[in-house]
Design a protein around this ligand. Structure first.
Ligand code: NDP
Length: 405
């Protein structure tokens, strides 16, 4: 029987909701490229409920315990005295989420003698030292596509919010003000702008499709080029590299995974190549953009705005410069954990667990690492190596002591 250790974000401060804002969520047939939605043998939750936090338990407890397995769920993930580190030593499976990542560094993997599966309840497994997982023969899997559209919608919202100066205008109203000139002095239409995505995978291409009706000029860069008919349909221009693309763009959106090739991609030199006053939206991973270079570019005006929901580490220390830099639209890591997305990633997590526990193959599209090498989606979208360095900083955030600096 297996021990499953699951790390999820805290419950709402006032406890689990008794009612929800809406009674249902739309039922989808398939993902946009035809990929099947998650196909577990069953689910023990109602789609639309909060599942991604500790009490939500991804709806897994009755299934796992009913089959004789044990489930430990905790939000206490950082530092050597955390419940995660204590429970890890004999866990067979670790489930974690990018929103509240249980960083699986090489040191932690070395302590986890029984670990066979690191399962991401979402997309993006950079919080796992993939090189260490490759070396130890641990399988790494994620719920590919489960929240790609959720993020694409968020990207469009962030681009419009920055360009239209929405956040500052909203702040002004909340503060009792009415000075229209203050709102309008930084407000632009995106019509006619040049907008480029770094990566045109599931999220990047969904962003392109959603932006096309705004009559903008679309650009992308990716390691693999889109089919020519798709390029024509979207009217999108391909560039050899991010460095080639960014000088042409008024808005850049980052939609590639974090791995050694993309870590620190948007450093001071890359940002200097961008047009003065460009907007940068990053919902991919915090470490793809250099923390200090972004803050400095907003101070100097090289960037007119920066938005997204990904930081490094997570949770971000309270003194992280992105919390207080000018003209930012940052939120905690939320774009991929809408209630709609939660239903899909909980069902996908259950599907992967069922496969693992019953000795059936995990779908190729869910695989990142298997059998000592990058596999499935991982072989296409990642490069081997480790992107977890520095994650111990996350212990600086004390979740339940809001006054601490
Ligand atoms: P996909 O695997 O569909 O797409 C990733 C794309 O990135 C692929 O097209 C890949 O190219 C491309 N890519 C990889 N490396 C590079 C590189 N060095 N330069 C340019 N392009 C590169 O994943 P998704 O679109 O679904 O998700 C992308 C990322 O978004 C995730 O890995 C995750 O980090 C983040 N994400 C964030 C969420 C949030 O809540 N904020 C939720 C979900 C995802 P190719 O395969 O052609 O080599």
């Amino acid at each position: 029987m297996a021990k499953i250790l699951c790390v999820l974000y805290d419950d709402p401060i006032d406890g689990m909701p008794q009612t929800y804002a809406r009674d249902d969520i739309p039922v989808l047939d398939r993902y946009p490229d035809g990929q099947m939605l998650p196909t577990p043998n069953g689910i023990d939750f109602r789609p639309g409920e909060l599942l991604g936090c500790v009490s939500g338990e991804l709806g897994l407890r009755s299934y796992l315990e009913g089959n004789g397995h044990s489930l430990v769920v905790t939000e206490d993930k950082d530092g050597p005295d955390s419940e995660f580190e204590r429970e890890l030593v004999d866990a067979d499976v670790v489930i974690s989420q990018p929103f509240w990542p249980a960083y699986l560094t090489a040191e932690r993997i070395a302590k986890a003698k029984n670990l066979k599966l690191a399962l991401t309840a979402g997309i993006g497994s950079d919080h796992v030292d993939l090189q260490a997982a490759i070396d130890r023969g641990i399988t790494v899997a994620e719920v590919t596509y489960c929240n790609s559209i959720s993020v694409a919608e968020h990207v469009v919202m962030m681009i419009l919010s920055l360009a239209r100066n929405y956040l500052q205008s909203w702040d002004l109203v909340k503060a009792g003000g009415w000075n229209i000139a203050d709102c309008a002095a930084r407000s632009y239409d995106i019509e006619g702008m040049h907008i480029g995505t770094v990566a045109a995978g599931r999220i990047g291409s969904a962003v392109l499709r959603r932006l096309k009706p705004f009559d903008v000029h679309l650009h992308y860069t990716d390691r693999h080029r889109l089919p020519l008919e798709v390029e024509r349909e979207l009217g999108v221009t391909w560039h050899e590299s991010p460095a080639d693309m960014v000088p042409h763009c008024d808005v850049v959106t980052i939609n590639c995974p974090l791995h050694p090739e993309t870590e620190n991609l948007f450093d001071a030199a890359m940002i200097a190549r961008m047009k003065r006053g460009a907007f940068l939206v990053n919902t991919a991973r915090g470490k793809i953009a250099n923390r200090d270079a972004v803050a400095e570019a907003l101070e100097s005006g090289q960037l007119a705005g920066y938005a997204g929901d990904v930081w490094f580490p997570q949770p971000a220390p309270r003194n992280h410069p992105w919390r207080n830099m000018p003209n930012h639209g940052m939120t905690p890591h939320i774009s991929g954990t809408t209630l709609s997305a939660q239903a899909r990633y909980a069902a996908g997590t259950r599907e992967i667990l069922e496969c693992f526990l019953e000795g059936r193959p995990i779908r190729d599209e869910y695989l990142i690492v298997q059998g000592g090498h990058l596999a499935g989606t991982g072989a296409h979208s990642y490069s081997p190596g480790n992107a977890t360095a520095g994650s111990e900083e996350a212990a600086k955030f004390k979740a339940k002591v809001p006054a601490e600096g």
